[in-house]
Write a protein that binds this ligand. Structure first.
Ligand SMILES: [Zn+2]
Length: 181
């Protein structure tokens, strides 16, 4: 399955943070920078092309460690909700049996859309790091800024533009290839 949650072994780091299974998972995963996390998100994005989906990928970080990674499955599932960000939020919440993801950073190759930015706020995600800006649908600064609207009950820190050229190149190549067919 494209879903990926880090397997565990060894002693728990802090069982109070997660369910026991998840703490065990995280303890043995190396910490990564935003850029290194984005590399993994880009690899996920590339995998979306295999089933004809627009290449967008995401990873979730807890304490700087990748705990889950997903990619866009909208075409694969025929599901308008199957954006990488929503899939990854659902994975992490399910793993913890908790919808509050206050210590989670989502690293995604493209600026989140209104649906996904809304979900990041609803899940109380701490931080979102994205690659390319999306002038047609972006809701973390381009068209809207749902992540930093003081009228909402939670704000998400936003770091835009990480490895943005790589994300843009992946998307451009995908659409050029689709037009050529
Ligand atoms: Zn979205």
């Amino acid at each position: 399955m494209p879903c990926y949650v880090v397997q565990f072994c060894g002693p728990p780091a802090d069982p109070s943070l997660f369910g026991a299974h998840f703490a065990l998972s995280v303890a043995n995963v190396p910490r990564v920078t935003d850029e290194e996390a984005m590399e993994q998100a880009l690899a996920e994005a590339a995998a979306a092309r295999e089933h004809g989906d627009v290449p967008i990928g995401a990873v979730a970080l807890v304490e700087g460690r990748v705990v889950a990674r997903r990619h866009n499955e909208r075409e694969l599932r025929g599901d308008p909700l199957a954006h990488a960000e929503l899939l990854i939020l659902a994975d992490v919440a399910r793993e913890r049996s908790d919808w509050r993801l206050e210590d989670v950073t989502v690293v995604v190759t493209l600026e989140p859309c209104p649906m996904c930015a809304g979900a990041l706020v609803a899940a109380r995600v701490r931080r979102v790091v994205f690659g390319a800006a999306d002038p047609k649908a972006g809701a973390c600064g381009s068209l809207y800024n749902l992540c930093a609207d003081p009228r909402l009950n939670h704000e998400v820190d936003v770091r835009p533009g990480v490895l943005a050229e790589r994300s843009s190149a992946l998307l451009s190549a995908f659409f050029a290839d689709r037009r050529a067919r």
